[in-house]
Design a protein around this ligand. Structure first.
Ligand code: GTP
Ligand code: MG
Length: 336
């Protein structure tokens, strides 16, 4: 038996490209920095794009899992955050769910059908898993705890990103831990920062400067995204709180609106199947199931597939295709 995590229906859905005109007008009361986008970039030729695969990397406890929970809107239950992640998890976020979390209006185009987010473990003993996650991703979010700055696995991740030539955004997380932080639930970060006292603002400034310096020491130019006018050369930093959601709309906006524009060619939809196995399982009812990330192309029930195994190539037919629900996580811990 062979089951894979995709379906024709789902894939068809992914092909839908919004051709709606871009509307950057009237952002009243909304401090999210929308003018970071060059309207021409967005309105340019409408290539059919696939969903980018985004890896979340960073040191243990930086808040990777909690940030993903926050994006999914599942952080209320607490889930796994706080426990060390020991596996790779993949979550598909449809564009419309992402739109709901940002200030984007219904008529504003999102060029990608969604985002596949891969959560990785930060613990040092899982470096193989991180590198595996990274090898299939198009973009990445490096989560840094603002109270700690760059740590060992952050630097390791930066090295991997450089080797794979992957564009990334820095989520400078846990801003709510700044002493005296005034909570502004799910607010765009510029708006939230404006509401803070001078003491909080100055602590934020020096911690941010420290992190920028640490990145510099590792060979990366970075800047807070709302001040960054060389976005293609200087890595964007988005301050966030996975606890109260400040900055999360900004992070999502950068991921779905800005990043796809700089890697358009990489995301051009292609019929050639590109598929990575996350995990192989023995299911008591289904038999052998294979969890895969489908990067490009379409898988259909009845397709013949050849899988590499330790005993050599195995030829089999896809008996059935099962997809995890959007916004729900598929996890893989073994053999990676
Ligand atoms: P590993 O999976 O072990 O690599 O860690 P992780 O980066 O996934 O961290 P996780 O999301 O599990 O969070 C670690 C701890 O920090 C948990 O106790 C979280 O509740 C807490 N935490 C994460 N993000 C934030 C944040 O933005 N603010 C605050 N106050 N706490 C946070
Ligand atoms: Mg985690």
């Amino acid at each position: 038996n062979s089951h894979s995590s995709s379906s024709e229906e789902e894939t068809k859905e992914k092909h839908v490209v919004s051709a709606a005109p871009v509307d950057n007008s009237d952002n009243a009361g909304n401090e999210i920095v929308e003018d970071i986008f060059d309207p021409q970039d967005v309105a340019g030729d409408e290539k059919e794009l696939r969903a980018p695969i985004c890896c979340i990397l960073g040191h243990v406890d930086a808040g990777k899992t909690k940030l993903l929970d926050c994006i999914r809107g599942t952080n209320v239950q607490g889930r796994e955050a706080g426990g060390i992640t020991q596996q790779i998890g993949a979550t598909y976020l449809p564009a419309e769910n992402i739109r709901d979390r940002t200030s984007l209006k219904a008529e504003t185009a999102i060029k990608v059908p969604g985002l596949l987010v891969i959560d990785t473990p930060g613990h040092e003993s899982f470096s193989k898993m991180r590198s595996r996650g990274l090898s299939m991703c198009d973009i990445a979010v490096v989560v840094v705890d603002i109270t700690k700055g760059l740590e060992k696995q952050t630097v390791e991740s930066l090295h991997l990103l450089r080797c794979h030539n992957v564009s990334f955004i820095v989520a400078l997380n846990k801003v709510d831990r700044l002493y005296g932080w005034k909570e502004c639930t799910n607010a765009p970060i510029v708006e939230a920062l404006k509401k803070q006292s001078d003491d909080v603002k100055s602590e934020y400034k020096w911690r941010l400067t420290k992190v920028v310096t640490e990145f510099k020491e590792n060979g990366f130019n970075t800047a807070p995204y709302y001040e960054n006018n060389k976005k293609k050369k200087v890595v964007n930093i988005v301050p966030t709180s996975a606890e109260s959601g400040e900055g999360v709309p900004d992070l999502l906006l950068l991921l779905v609106r800005w990043l796809p524009d700089i890697i358009t060619d990489k995301l051009a939809y292609d019929d050639t199947i590109e598929c990575t196995v996350l995990e192989v399982n023995e299911h008591k009812d289904l038999g052998t199931t294979v969890d895969v990330v489908l990067i490009n192309g379409v898988l259909r029930q009845g397709d013949q597939v050849i899988v590499c195994t330790k005993q050599g190539p195995v030829t089999t037919i896809i008996r059935d295709l099962l997809t995890p629900h959007p916004m729900k996580e598929l996890k893989a811990k073994g053999c990676i």
